[in-house]
Ligand binder design. Structure first.
Ligand code: RP5
Length: 191
């Protein structure tokens, strides 16, 4: 079985508005050529679908589920309650507020993502979910690959190359900074 052909990672999010942030996980997985299946599952708007999704994920043989949610962010915890597949939560800051008082259709959650971060991280003992930082969906993708790499050794090689490339890019930027001087460097980078 190949992780390139069969999706072994499921990405879910509570709302279409979350896709703006969640696409980071997809991009990273695509970069590593890891196939993933992406869906919208709302824990509060489609509670029965949440149960169905957990069954689907087990049947599909997913190794990891990446679950993004904003506000009270109960999706990662609820999915984890339905399955033994490891769940990585992504707390989302941009909140699709549908209330009449909302000044515009998209705004930050009342607590700037901290609400979701704490909600996901504070799952009671015995019902475990890990979380990345607020909006850090790319890290969720990277962590999912690390889990998959226990099974697929070529992914270990790709992760090592990824680390080496990160190292190289810092050295390249540092050499540029040394050459140009900090003021010019920052002006060029940020305008
Ligand atoms: C969360 O609340 C979703 O993940 C989204 O970030 C936010 C808005 O959801 P909906 O009101 O669109 O269901 O559940």
């Amino acid at each position: 079985m190949s992780y390139r052909k069969k999706p072994l990672i499921g990405i879910i999010m509570g709302s279409s508005s979350d896709s703006k942030i969640m696409q980071g996980a997809a991009k990273l997985l695509n970069e590593f050529k890891v196939k993933h299946e992406d869906q919208i599952v709302s824990a509060h708007r489609t509670p029965s679908r949440l149960t169905d999704y957990a069954i689907h994920a087990e049947k599909s043989g997913f190794r990891v589920i990446i679950a993004g949610a904003g506000g009270s962010a109960h999706l990662p915890g609820m999915i984890a309650s339905h399955t033994i597949i490891p769940v990585i939560g992504v707390p989302i800051m941009v909140y699709n507020d549908k209330s009449e008082n909302a000044s515009n259709s998209f705004k930050s959650s009342a607590f700037g993502g901290l609400d979701s971060l704490l909600s996901i991280s504070e799952m009671p003992t015995g019902s475990t979910v890990v979380t990345v930082g607020v909006n850090k969906s790319t890290n969720a993708g990277l962590y999912a690959i690390k889990i998959l790499s226990n099974e697929f050794s070529d992914l270990k090689k790709k992760l090592k190359t990824h680390k080496i490339n990160q190292h190289k890019s810092v050295i390249t930027e540092s050499e540029k900074m040394k050459r140009m001087g900090l003021t010019k460097f920052a002006k060029k980078k940020f305008g």
